[in-house]
Design a protein around this ligand. Structure first.
Ligand code: PEP
Ligand code: MN
Length: 367
């Protein structure tokens, strides 16, 4: 079991001594020794503090590339020897932790799909007991602050080294601009609850596409987040996972150079900070619009059904029921009756417009 810092200096000093932004980059997945080493060497002059590559890949669906597993840890260590840059990978169970400790991996991270399970996080924490390895804890898939904090606390109790958080956005129902909704208010709430915690932003998994990386990274810097984890690959288009969100090491370097790093701190210890409150409001409005879009998509589907079954758009019984139930929910939530009436009328009007649009399409749908 490796208990000493493989960098040869207290990791605490190494990590806390670094100026913002703390930079982590490397491929989503370690695919081959050549790809890992080539990417790491190409990142050598970009100023990164930590190299990343996933060795065990938690994929949503089976029969997709699930990583090269344990042998890939040696490739990371080769990259480390060649570049002098410390290396990190994702762990999801005891066996992963032990293999990483044995190989000498410098920093571990816990992925979003693992943070959701206190059993899994506790298993990792127990495997880390008595060691001195820094750990980065990604937010859980869904926006549950106590669950994220609980995972951080479990790991903090186990390792003697710093534990940081990674904000990688949250899964959300419906159409969306981002792969994972940033919900910046969650990072702010975490910083408020744990003022000494360092939070790194992962624009790659928030954005899901290269074009949005810069804007997300800039926002994270404007919020005063401590650093960035961004995926890079020597041949992004050919990547075996997350191809659309990866950039070349040269593009990564250019993107970082183009960022404005402000000292101004919006990520606050003070929950009454005006900037923080406005950010929360922006994020809520964004979610309201996404939900309205999801509602209109359903209205369109219902429009197709009505058309194919010879039904009229306006169904008075259903409309009365909607009006009554939503009115009661709004009242219980303390919203003014006039406001909710106007809102429902407008939503209904828009649903009718969408369904009219469907009805006026010439060909019947074969649904
Ligand atoms: C990753 O960093 O490659 C990864 C799988 O991320 P997440 O856990 O955020 O989905
Ligand atoms: Mn990835």
């Amino acid at each position: 079991m490796v208990t000493n810092n493989p960098l040869g200096a207290p990791l605490d000093t190494f990590i806390t001594g670094v100026q913002r932004p703390f930079l982590i980059s490397g491929p989503c997945s370690a695919e081959s020794e050549q790809q890992v080493v080539e990417t790491a060497c190409a990142l050598q002059n970009s100023g990164i503090h930590l190299f990343r590559a996933g060795v065990w890949k938690p994929r949503t669906r089976p029969n997709t590339f699930e990583g090269r597993g344990e042998p890939a840890l040696d490739w990371l260590m080769t990259a480390r020897r060649e570049t002098g840059i410390p290396v990190s990978t994702e762990v999801a169970n005891t066996q992963h932790v032990e293999a990483c400790l044995h190989a000498g991996i410098d920093v571990l991270w816990i992925g979003a799909r693992t943070t959701v399970s206190p059993f899994a996080v506790q298993e990792i924490a127990t495997a880390l007991e008595g060691t001195n390895v820094p750990v980065l804890v990604k937010n859980p898939m869904h926006a549950d602050l106590p669950l994220w904090m609980g995972a951080i606390e479990r790991v903090q109790k186990a390792t003697g080294a710093p534990v940081w958080a990674i904000h990688r956005g949250f899964s959300r129902y419906g159409q969306k601009e981002y792969r994972n909704a940033p919900m910046w208010e969650m990072a702010i709430a975490l910083q408020t609850a744990m003022p000494d915690l360092r939070i790194i932003c992962d624009p790659s998994h928030i954005a899901g596409k290269r074009e949005l990386l810069e804007q997300v990274a800039q926002k994270a810097m404007d919020l005063g987040m401590h650093g960035l984890m961004m995926e890079s690959h020597c041949q992004p288009e050919a990547a075996m996972s997350d191809a659309e969100q990866q950039v070349t090491p040269a593009q990564f370097e250019a993107l970082i150079q183009g960022l404005t790093i402000r000292n101004a701190h919006i990520v606050p210890a003070d929950p009454a900070n005006l900037g923080a409150l406005r950010l929360q409001m922006d994020s809520i409005d964004e979610q309201v619009i996404e939900l309205l879009q999801a509602r209109m998509n359903l209205a369109r589907e219902i429009g197709k059904y009505k058309k194919n079954h010879g039904m009229t758009i306006l169904q008075m019984r259903r409309w009365k029921e909607v009006f009554k139930t939503r009115g009661a929910w709004a009242e219980a939530a303390g919203l003014g009756p006039e406001f909710i009436e106007t809102y429902l009328e407008q939503v209904h009007k828009e649903s009718i417009r969408v369904q009219n649009d469907e009805m006026s399409q010439k060909k019947p749908d074969n649904k």
